[in-house]
Design a protein around this ligand. Structure first.
Ligand code: GLC
Length: 504
């Protein structure tokens, strides 16, 4: 079947158009940083079931993210080497893109994770104190880690050696294993699909991450993509038990106004042919919530009603944010498996968790399973270390909210609804016992308050200072600390410090 060629606008015309567009931009006073502002916008949810789930999710604080797919066999940056944006994370080993892509897509034929035992992952995550999981059911490459009927490019497809294994529907196995252990369940799903002919039409080259054809010119093709996406999400929402979070990645797949398109034409880093990519989120979410009442939807980086929480990626914000949020971060250096990856230390990870929680966020920590279906020993080691700490100190994490002043040097603060306040001292590298004194200048225990160190019932005495208070840490804790990496003072009631600011 022959397809009508896409007409390319003559270059001179394009220049003129760009100039006119630039003038429009100036006149309307739009600034490039608008997209940044958009990232900060939050549209509060009104559905009470969603709000309840959000509350439960927010109280759970600590979750596990897993990036796993055929790409794990090559130890590359997930799907990204299929892109043509000439970025370091898209580097390819072959000189020919076409050959590389064919080899990449052939990875289905060797993906055989016979050592896959999700119960072991769920046990380790639970012992670490994690309370929810988000798993990549489909990354941008379009390979489905669930048993979809929409494509053969899936782990249960005949081309994949693992398809005949009883555990082949790995998404289901993972969700069941974690749900059985009380976890909330999140499905990561990439809205972009670089395998679908309705997103990347084989008729054209693929200059960037976006659809490689004009949606306006071929609306039928795009409608097919919308249907395809709907069907896949439908499958995930109906055949996998209770799903709590739909974590949608590929924020560039979204509706765009004319102004946004114009702005992209001038400034977009990755859009040769900017256009609106409307996948009908209202109906996706309506359908999904019909099957999964109260479902939290995270349409990442897309300002609007379908981003129930925001997801700063691989960073911790400077301070509290006025909406629900979650820092996602790899435990190593990469989202997906790379051989001999360098994992962050237990001390660093606890420091990150505490820092995030003291600012009101959740911490979603990523582990990338290897091609055989195993985690690196380091992942188990770090989770074990975090678990030992959480066992003693978890009450200062779960269900807490931030309290001013959030931080003072290496000290962080959290608080429970009943006013119990935690002063968390984060160890520096090599610091193996708590300091002689812990101080805070903007708050102090209320008269008659009880003060202990988590891990012991011993009552500690404190001294009020001109600004704040200080506690002498008894020798016994310095010689035999109740835990490693961060030590926590629990104060039953606090008051405003003399000279301090009003407490929240
Ligand atoms: C980034 C990566 C993507 C990954 C995601 C996880 O967007 O490009 O591959 O899935 O982070 O947060």
């Amino acid at each position: 079947m022959a397809f009508p060629p896409i007409m390319v606008r003559p270059f001179a015309n394009r220049c003129l158009k760009t100039l006119i567009e630039a003038v429009i931009l100036l006149i309307t006073g739009l600034s490039i940083s608008l997209s940044q502002e958009h990232l900060q916008k939050y549209y509060p949810e009104t559905d009470t079931l969603v709000l309840e789930k959000l509350q439960r999710w927010g109280d759970s604080k600590f979750g596990l993210l897993m990036h796993w797919g055929t790409y794990s066999q090559w130890g590359i940056v997930e799907s990204w080497s299929l892109g043509s944006e000439d970025e370091p994370w898209e580097r390819r080993s072959d000189s020919s893109y076409t050959e590389y892509k064919a080899r990449y897509q052939d990875l289905i034929k060797t993906f055989n994770p016979v050592k896959f035992h999700p119960a072991q992952w769920a046990e380790a995550a639970k012992a670490a104190g994690m309370r929810y999981v988000v798993f990549t059911t489909k990354h941008h490459d379009g390979f489905c880690m669930f048993d979809t009927k929409t494509t053969g490019y899936r782990i249960t497809g005949p081309d994949c050696p693992f398809h005949s294994d009883p555990r082949a529907n790995v998404a289901k196995e993972i969700f069941d294993s974690f749900r059985n252990r009380g976890f909330m369940i999140g499905a990561y799903f990439s809205k972009a699909d670089w395998h679908s002919p309705y997103y990347w039409w084989q008729n054209f080259a693929t200059p960037d991450r976006n659809p490689n054809y004009s949606i306006q010119r071929y609306p039928e093709r795009w409608n097919q993509f919308v249907k395809f996406t709907q069907t896949q999400i439908d499958e995930l929402m109906t055949e996998y038990g209770t799903i709590d979070i739909l974590w949608l990645d590929a924020g560039w797949v979204r509706t765009k106004t004319e102004e946004e398109i114009i702005r992209e034409k001038l400034h977009a880093e990755y859009a040769v042919f900017p256009q609106s990519q409307d996948i009908d989120m209202p109906s996706i979410v309506r359908n999904a919530r019909e099957k999964q009442p109260g479902l939290i939807v995270v349409d990442r980086a897309v300002p609007g009603a379908y981003q129930n929480y925001l997801t700063p990626e691989n960073m911790v914000p400077e301070s509290t944010l006025p909406y629900p949020w979650e820092t996602c971060m790899p435990m190593g250096t990469s989202w997906s498996f790379v051989p001999n990856d360098k994992y962050k230390s237990v001390r660093e990870l606890i420091g990150l968790l505490v820092d995030v929680v003291s600012k009101g966020g959740n911490f979603l920590l990523n582990v990338g399973p290897d091609p055989e279906g195993e985690w690196a020993e380091d992942a188990y080691d770090r989770l074990l270390g975090m678990g030992a700490w959480m066992k003693i100190n978890g009450e200062a994490i779960y269900g807490t909210h931030p309290v001013l002043p959030h931080r003072e040097g290496n000290v962080r603060f959290t608080q429970l609804a009943d006013g119990t306040t935690y002063v968390i001292y984060l160890a520096e590298e090599g610091e193996i016992s708590p300091p002689e004194k812990i101080r805070a200048s903007l708050l102090r225990p209320a008269d008659g308050a009880e003060l202990t160190m988590l891990g012991s019932d011993l009552q500690l005495a404190w001294r009020i200072l001109e600004h704040g208070f200080e506690v002498d840490i008894p020798k016994v804790f310095r010689e035999r600390p109740p835990c490693k990496h961060a030590w926590i003072l629990k104060i039953s009631r606090i008051a405003v410090s003399p000279g301090g600011k009003t407490m929240k």
